[in-house]
Unconditional design. Structure first.
Length: 230
């Protein structure tokens, strides 16, 4: 393979659209090779995403982010600048030595945090990282709604944590489906609770509910009430 990038999606069409959005080219002009065929799985179990390899034009940077005007649903440039500056200001005021690399994504912004104090953000299951994202999301909703989603990542921690939360949610769902006994997960921040709620939707006949007060709550995975029940 030559110089290129890997993209994925639930279907070949979705993977091609992801490549088209990132590269700013129509799907019909993309030269690709299928690396892995997709698989739907049974009740959401064993599903596998389609992965493709896309050749890039000679001299292109395979790690370059697409310009904001090539990302569908990207927020206005001034809102992206606000998010970048606000994140830097908050980190500076709490005394952390962290560098910020902000990029646009569909419907929002993504900030990658690097630096000597990175481990402080991911300690205790990423408690400080989650609090930072929650704070920025609330600030954006109140003062800069055009920003959209605010995703704060710390060198792969978010992806790893997401996999852990989704895995725990699926394990709990399988237990409830098999035994009928409720399982409790948590405490979790709002983002992680949403991951659990969405994951458990893969299992027919199950439901979730958040329990508690404040920023961190537990999530109960249980059998969905029958129709007509309260």
């Amino acid at each position: 393979m030559g110089t290129g990038r890997e993209f994925e999606g639930k279907s070949l069409g979705e993977a091609l659209r992801a490549a088209a959005d990132a590269l700013g080219r129509p799907p019909r002009e993309i030269d690709y090779e299928v690396l892995a065929e997709g698989r739907r799985g049974m009740f959401g179990l064993g599903a596998r995403r389609v992965r493709i390899w896309v050749d890039l034009p000679e001299g292109a940077d395979p790690t370059a982010e697409p310009p904001a005007d090539l990302v569908p649903g990207a927020p206005p440039a001034e809102d992206v600048a606000w998010a970048d500056e606000t994140i830097r200001t908050v980190l500076h005021r709490i005394g952390l030595e962290i560098s910020v690399h902000t990029t646009v994504i569909a419907g929002g912004v993504r900030a990658e945090l690097l630096g000597p104090d990175r481990k402080l953000l991911t300690a205790r299951d990423g408690e400080l990282l989650a609090a930072l994202q929650f704070l920025l999301t609330r600030m954006a909703r109140q003062t800069r709604p055009g920003v959209g989603r605010v995703v704060i990542e710390c060198k792969g921690y978010r992806d790893q944590r997401d996999r852990e939360v989704i895995g725990r949610a699926r394990d709990a769902a399988r237990h409830v489906a098999r035994t009928g006994e409720m399982r409790t997960l948590g405490p979790m921040n709002p983002y992680e609770r949403r991951l659990v709620h969405v994951t458990v939707q893969e299992f027919p006949g199950l439901a979730t509910r958040s329990v508690g007060e404040g920023f961190l709550k537990t999530v109960e995975v249980l059998l969905a009430p029958a129709k007509g029940e309260a």
